[in-house]
Write a protein that binds this ligand. Sequence first.
Ligand code: 16G
Length: 242
Amino acid sequence: MIKKDSPIPIYYQLEEIIKDLIEKGELKPGDSLPAEREYAEKFEISRMTVRQAFTQLVNDGYLYRIQGKGTFVAERKPKIEQALQGLTSFTEDMKARGMKPGSQLVQFEIIPATSLIANQLGIQEYGPVYEIKRIRLADDVPMALETNYISANFIKGLTEKIVNQSLYSYIENQLNLRIDHASQVIESSVADELEAEYLNIQPGAPVMLIQRNTFLKDGTPVEFVKSTYRADRYKFMIQMNR
Ligand code: 16G
C-alpha cells in the first residue's frame, strides 16, 4: 500500500492510509492505534516515519495521545471556518453560525499602560487602560483566550457584566461609537501551560495568535487585542479577487 518510489513522502502516504481507515469507520473514535513499531514492521518503514505521520494526525485533530497509553482516534469535530472579510465580533460570529456565544472572565482591571500598549492605543504611557482577559466559548467549548486593552478615558463605564456579553455591542449601541476598521496579524504558535489550561488543550498544541488593532473612522484606536485561538477548532478563509 505504501509506494516507496513515489515522490509523495512516506509519512504522508501513511497519514492518508490512516485517514482512510477512519473515514471508512474501520478505526472508530476512541480506538487505539497499533504501536509505532507494529506499523513500522507492517509497512516496512522506519518508526520515525510512523511517528511523523502520527504527530501530523494529532496536530490535525484526527488522533490524540495519552502519555504512557498510546495513540487514539479522536472524535471528529469540524473546524469553525472564520471569514476574514468583515470586521465582526466574536458574539456576532457565533450567532451567525447558530452557535451560543459565551465568555468566561479571567481578568478585568484597570492598569497603567505600558509603553507598548500606550503606543498601540495612542495614549500616554501609564494612562489608565482596561485589561480584559476572557475565554471565548462557542456552545460552551473554549475556542480562544482573548486579552483586550482599551483606554479607560475613551471607552467609559465598562463593567464585568458588559464584557460578559458583547464589547462591540456596548461600544456601538450604548456609547454610539461606530467601529470602522481594523488591522489583524495572524501567526502560528503553540499553547503555553496557562493557555492550554484555559483552552482545555495540551501544552504544546498548535494555536494561532491573532493581534487586532481596531479604529473609528477618524483613526482613533478603540482596542488592542491579543488572542490565542485553538488551531484544532479554527481555520480562516479569505476571498480573493483578481
Ligand atoms: C473578536 C475580536 C476582538 C473583539 C471581540 C469583541 C478577533 C481576533 N478578535 O473576538 O478584537 O474585541 O471580537 O467581541 O476576532 P464581543 O463583542 O463578543 O465582546
